[in-house]
Ligand binder design. Structure first.
Ligand SMILES: [Zn+2]
Length: 115
């Protein structure tokens, strides 16, 4: 797979979020967060990204353990596409590299298109 550019990733993530904070669905999303930190090898794969409001981004930065429980933060070496993440609008989902999301129920998988 060709690595995705930052610019493309930002477009895909904004499309996925509809401009609303994906963690809380509480405010306008203004910041892009890396679930695996860039300093830990995290990439611009949309599955590794969350579109957040400032408040949630700051909360994740200051509460790494709580963030990890919700899949908002992942340890170095994680594969983001197979790690469920809590999104206020959808519950726990898996994020795709194409900017989509998949319900992470154990029995059924339904693709939801946000674009
Ligand atoms: Zn928020």
């Amino acid at each position: 797979m060709t690595p995705i550019s930052e610019r493309t990733a930002r477009v895909l993530v904004a499309r996925r979020s509809g401009g609303m904070c994906e963690a809380g669905f509480d405010a306008e999303a203004t910041e892009v967060h890396h679930r695996v930190n860039r300093s830990q090898g995290g990439t611009w794969d949309p599955a590794n990204l969350l579109h957040l409001c400032h408040r949630h981004h700051r909360w994740i930065t200051t509460n790494p353990r709580g963030a990890e429980l919700k899949g908002w933060a992942l340890p170095r070496g994680s594969v983001p596409g197979i790690k469920p993440v809590f999104m206020a609008r959808w519950g726990y989902v898996l994020l795709t590299s194409q900017g989509g999301l998949i319900e992470s129920a154990t029995t059924t998988e339904t693709t939801r298109r946000t674009a």
